[in-house]
Ligand binder design. Structure first.
Ligand code: ZN
Length: 319
């Protein structure tokens, strides 16, 4: 990765899983009518609806914030491109399983699009397995077009930005979150993040994992196929450029959240989703609070790596 800023690393606070379970159980009850948080063995994620290339979310859990929105707006920097295999080495975990939220490498895909990364990176004697999806605006009807990345491309590259969770992909203990009927204003991701922020005000914690929206609908966005010709200088201008959709459950979401930025200019939460019915993209919140149901699996990360942090930064477009 030429012309890339030096990677910064921060240790994160990792509470005992039982302590974390109790904290999340109490905190999420402010935002959902029914909450049940428990410590369980990670289900086999190679099974549907996940169909991940690894069984679990455990083993050397870590998160990374790669690049950033400043490489997308006000004007795109198309040279910002990364390789998941190189990222796994930068995370000191070659061969890692990586999930999260990012953008495609427009040089390779030929358009701009949302990336839903699910990659088992290459290791000695084993090629990478790229189970990612990408989601773009269908030029025919202007609707959402979700495709399997490996159906069209053979690399593990992405562009501009990525908020990623990496681990060894092993089975093990995880936090299971079941929540029904949203009574608060926060998305499930924001509710998890705010709970940690309130409980541990002086510490930085991060969670990575996956959750299913089992019932209901959700608000998502997809970036247009073309980058904006006009500089985008405010949240309003960015939102005017993005295409927003309401999509249907079941949706499988990949999420990274950080309770408190330890001074690394982070995007503190980022979630992308895919589905079996070809709807996917950047998740904001459910639009059906009275009927929504969530089932998720999360692991607290031990380290945060800030890769290629933009030198010139701003707070626009981080929702
Ligand atoms: Zn996104």
């Amino acid at each position: 990765m030429p012309d890339v800023a030096k990677t910064e690393k921060a240790q994160l606070h990792v509470p005992d899983l039982e302590e974390l379970r109790a904290v999340l159980q109490t905190g999420l009850a402010d935002n959902f009518a029914e909450v049940n948080v428990s410590v369980v063995e990670c289900p086999d994620l190679t099974k549907r609806p996940f169909s991940f290339p690894v069984k679990g979310l455990c083993g050397s859990p870590r998160v990374t914030d790669v690049g950033g929105v400043p490489y997308l707006v006000p004007v795109v920097q198309k040279n910002k491109e990364y390789d998941m295999n190189a990222i796994s080495k930068e995370l000191e975990l070659p061969g890692a399983f990586i999930l999260g939220a990012g953008a495609v490498a427009s040089r390779i895909v030929g358009i701009n699009a949302e990336l839903i990364p699910l990659v088992l990176t290459e290791a000695d004697g084993r090629p990478a397995v790229n189970s990612s999806y990408f989601s773009s605006i269908n030029p025919v009807d202007g609707q959402c077009l979700q495709e399997k990345y490996s159906d069209k491309f053979s690399d593990c590259n992405f562009g501009l930005l990525g908020n990623l969770y990496a681990c060894e992909g092993k089975p093990g203990k995880v936090i299971e979150v079941r929540a029904k009927r949203r009574t608060g204003e926060h998305s499930i991701v924001t509710a998890l993040r705010k709970t940690l922020e309130v409980q541990y005000p002086d510490k930085s914690l991060a969670l990575g994992g996956t959750f299913i929206i089992q019932k209901g609908k959700a608000k998502i966005h997809i970036m247009p196929r073309e980058f904006s010709v006009c500089p985008l200088t405010s949240d309003e201008e960015v939102n005017g450029w993005l295409k927003h959709f309401e999509v249907n459950a079941p949706l499988i979401c990949q999420s990274v959240l950080v309770s408190k930025d330890p001074g690394l200019d982070l995007r503190v939460e980022h979630t992308h989703c895919f589905s079996d019915h070809r709807e996917g993209g950047h998740f904001y919140i459910d639009t059906t609070p009275d009927s929504v149901e969530y089932l998720g699996y999360f692991v607290p990360a031990e380290f945060m790596y800030r890769i290629d942090r933009p030198k010139e930064t701003h707070a626009v477009g981080r929702d």
